[in-house]
Design a binder for this molecule. Structure first.
Ligand code: 2RA
Length: 350
């Protein structure tokens, strides 16, 4: 039997990790240890019917642990994942600290599970939730058709910006709810100010009654960190270092579930019927594609769900060998906690 630790157990993603473990019929763990900042140490959480006391992050917290799942800020992972490894654990890390390290595999189990088994640093990285939300679909299509080019626009939920993002969106929605507020910037700003909300937001602009074409942090030449992650992580996961990728990341007033509009070009002819078969054969995808009956995925359909939902699959009219489609994935589940846990399951199976 194997021992598991959750580092960041009391955070938003750590809580979902515990929910996922509680919902599994069986688990392979002889012990589950909960680790968090000293501030949260001593809290008691119920895991599979047993109350477990949260212990403070410290080198000895990893003693006897085989697999340690991390969901903590980049700088905490950068410092502590190597400590966990030095104490004998494999670290599965959901921060950005190691994703592009050539000695750290970046794993989506239904796409590149085998990569998890070559890990010179003892660390396996979990992708960013925006990349992850489309990866089951892209991996399946790549296996069938050979991906060559990728253009995506994201529609990212506020919870991608953490609890602060959720709190801010809820406060903004409350500030405009039931009022005759137009969606001109000045109108929304006035309603937010009247509700006592500061102009300092995690989104860079009001999100209520709006969409914001900016997620992450500013990078060179006008790109954002989030857009570069989509490009770099897609290339690494699919093992396509030259893949042409262009992404525009947009925040939308949705609490949970990231969506992406994907325009993917392949090595040869593609058609919708075959793409439907490919999606239907992938257990982690739910295909909802009957637009004439108004059946298509929306974020609201996917909150709390494990699979990625795919719909609006079309053969591009003016671009050969190209499909357009829409995907929705719960950014806190497959986008974070679930994929991290599936990597841990993959490691224990080996
Ligand atoms: C976001 N993808 O949505 C990021 C979170 N890791 O902001």
């Amino acid at each position: 039997m194997t021992t598991l630790a959750i580092v960041g157990a009391t955070g938003a993603v750590g809580t979902v990790m515990i929910d996922i473990i509680n919902a599994r019929e069986t688990v392979p763990w002889s012990e589950i240890r909960l680790i968090a900042s000293p501030r949260s140490a001593g809290k008691r959480l119920t895991v599979r019917g047993r109350e477990i006391e949260v212990v403070a992050l410290a080198p000895e917290a990893f003693d006897g642990i085989d697999i340690a799942m991390f969901d903590v800020p980049d700088e905490i992972s950068a410092e502590w994942a190597p400590v966990a490894v030095s104490r004998g654990a494999i670290a599965v890390d959901n921060s950005g600290a190691f994703r592009m390290d050539p000695e750290v595999p970046l794993v989506v189990p239904e796409v590149n599970a085998e990569a998890a088994h070559t890990r010179p640093k003892g660390i396996v990285a979990n992708p960013n939730c925006t990349t992850l939300s489309m990866m089951a679909a892209l991996g399946a299509l790549h296996r069938a058709f050979g991906l060559r080019e990728l253009v995506v626009a994201s529609y990212q939920a506020a919870s991608g910006a953490g609890q602060d993002g959720i709190d801010r969106l809820r406060a903004e929605l409350a500030a405009v709810a039931g009022k005759d507020v137009g969606n001109r910037r000045g109108d929304v700003a006035e309603a937010l100010a009247a509700a006592g909300l500061s102009e300092d937001t995690p989104f860079g602009a009001p999100l209520a009654l709006n969409v914001v074409p900016f997620a992450g942090s500013p990078k060179a030449d006008g790109w954002t960190s989030e857009e570069l992650k989509v490009r770099n992580e897609s290339r690494k996961i699919l093992d396509l270092p030259e893949l042409k990728v262009s992404a525009t990341c947009v925040r939308v007033p949705v609490i949970t579930t990231h969506s992406l509009a994907v325009h993917a070009t392949f090595a040869g002819p593609v058609d919708v019927a075959t793409a439907h078969q490919v999606f239907a054969a992938q257990p982690s995808i739910v295909l909802v594609d009957e637009p004439e009956a108004k059946r298509f995925p929306t974020p609201a359909d996917v909150v709390g769900e494990d699979p990625t939902y795919v719909g609006r699959v079309r053969q591009a009219l003016d671009f050969p060998d190209t499909l357009d489609f829409f995907v929705c994935g719960d950014n806190l589940r497959k986008g974070a906690a679930l994929n991290t846990y599936e990597i841990a399951e993959e490691l224990v199976r080996s």
